[in-house]
Write a protein that binds this ligand. Structure first.
Ligand SMILES: NC(=O)C1=CN([C@@H]2O[C@H](COP(=O)(O)OP(=O)(O)OC[C@H]3O[C@@H](n4cnc5c(N)ncnc54)[C@H](OP(=O)(O)O)[C@@H]3O)[C@@H](O)[C@H]2O)C=CC1
Ligand SMILES: O=C1CO[C@H](CO)[C@@H](O)[C@@H]1O
Length: 365
């Protein structure tokens, strides 16, 4: 029996919106039937990518399309909450909402209210959980470590990319780098440790990137590097190291977890399109398990399906996220990255921003 396709409306047709289009196209039970973006040419282009979706002139017009089963919201960060409010008041469809869920601390209450009052499933798009090497580390971490005591995530990557309107150059629009970029890693820490942080300390700032740019008369204030230390309720300690002027690195993310029995690490390459062809094939993700006794690290390659690599910048994870969200819309699965998860990742990022600004440790909760 052929299942009816889930019909999506796409809000925001920029870089990540197009990654969603390519990944939804790989799912047999899915099609994008309507798109909206304030830049009409971008919306037209995206509609063609979708094989002839309708272009709506506004979010309100998109929400009037009777055939919609679900929404994918991929607008810039500071637009997520206003659009969430409009969607909740007009037509509360199942929704995959891009990270970060909110950027202004004053909106935390609205998001908490939606967790109880929004009548349809909402999945927050923090897909790093589904990168195959990260998923393997999550799966094997307890057995390899005997219970994680120390967790470290390092991201060494390329600077923020240019955007139409350069919305990503200012903290006020992104929530700050430790929210915008690092919500993914705070989400991973909570998931891997099965615990929430109680205290956050950070040192971060803008050292290298975007300093010579002028946008609407202002120099960007977005941070490009930092360290964040976190104490978790279960006694584990975690650390994040972010550097956004390190695109020469072989691997973009390196995660290590250590416990009384041993260590597990994973090494995750950045987007293949940024790997120089002169260097040969892009690196393959790796997982290394290093027991204390008997000693002897065991290393495995964790390759990612080439078609999924082609479809995005995130090691296939956007596809796996859509597979699961599609099942939720069909009533065949549960939301795995909830509004509470999305809100916690932002709250930790905002606390880290505050800690770096004030030089003080910031309690959570
Ligand atoms: N999960 C992940 O790994 C990733 C998530 N993202 C997230 O995706 C979102 C979009 O980022 P990205 O695609 O890189 O940004 P882009 O700037 O490339 O795309 C955003 C698009 O949204 C449009 N837009 C602006 N205002 C609205 C509105 N009111 N309604 C609908 N669309 C609007 C923009 O148009 P205009 O030019 O007019 O502003 C632009 O075309 C962000 O929240 C970002 O954090 C991004 C990359 C990876
Ligand atoms: O969340 C994100 C993850 O990856 C992107 C680049 O590939 C980021 O810049 C983005 O904001």
């Amino acid at each position: 029996m052929t299942l009816k396709k889930v019909s999506y409306g796409l809000v925001g047709c920029g870089m990540m919106g197009q990654e969603h289009i390519r990944n939804i196209a790989l799912l047999p039970g899915a099609e994008i039937v309507g798109v909206y973006d304030p830049v009409a040419e971008l919306a037209e282009y995206a509609a063609k990518m979708c094989g002839g979706a309708k272009v709506a002139a506004s979010l309100a017009e998109l929400l009037e399309m009777p055939e919609l089963d679900a929404l994918v919201v991929v607008s810039p960060n500071h637009i997520h909450v206003p659009q969430f409010r409009e969607i909740a008041s007009r037509r509360a469809l199942p929704m995959l909402m891009e990270k970060p869920l909110y950027t202004d601390p004053d909106d935390a209450g609205f998001i908490a209210s939606m967790a109880t009052d929004y009548p349809a499933p909402v999945w927050v798009a923090m897909e790093y959980r589904y990168m195959p090497p990260v998923a393997a580390l999550i799966e094997e971490a307890d057995a390899a470590t005997g219970g994680i005591k120390m967790l470290s995530i390092r991201e060494h990557r390329f600077p923020f990319l240019p955007k139409i309107g350069e919305w990503n150059r200012f903290n006020a629009q992104t929530g700050g780098t430790l929210v915008e970029k690092c919500c993914h890693f705070f989400d991973l820490m909570r998931l891997i440790l099965g615990s929430d942080p109680v205290r956050v300390m950070a040192s971060a700032g803008q050292a290298v990137n975007h300093k010579s740019e002028t946008i609407r008369g202002r120099t960007p204030d977005i941070w490009d590097h930092g360290y964040v230390l976190l104490d978790f309720a279960n006694g584990a300690r975690a650390m994040l190291e972010l550097c956004m002027f390190a695109e020469g690195s072989r691997y973009q993310e390196e995660i290590s977890a250590v416990g009384p029995d041993g260590k597990i690490e994973c090494f995750v390459p950045g987007p293949g399109r940024f790997w120089s062809a002169e260097l040969g094939p892009a690196p393959t993700p790796r997982l290394i398990v290093s027991p204390r006794s008997p000693k002897g690290p065991i290393e495995r390659a964790i390759p990612v399906d080439p078609d999924l690599l082609e479809a995005g910048d995130h090691n296939g994870s956007t596809f796996y996220q859509h597979q699961r969200f599609n099942a939720v819309v069909r009533g065949e699965g549960a939301v795995e990255v909830t509004l509470h998860d999305g809100a916690m990742a932002v709250a930790i990022g905002l606390a880290a921003q505050r800690s770096a600004e004030t030089g003080q440790a910031v309690p959570i909760g």
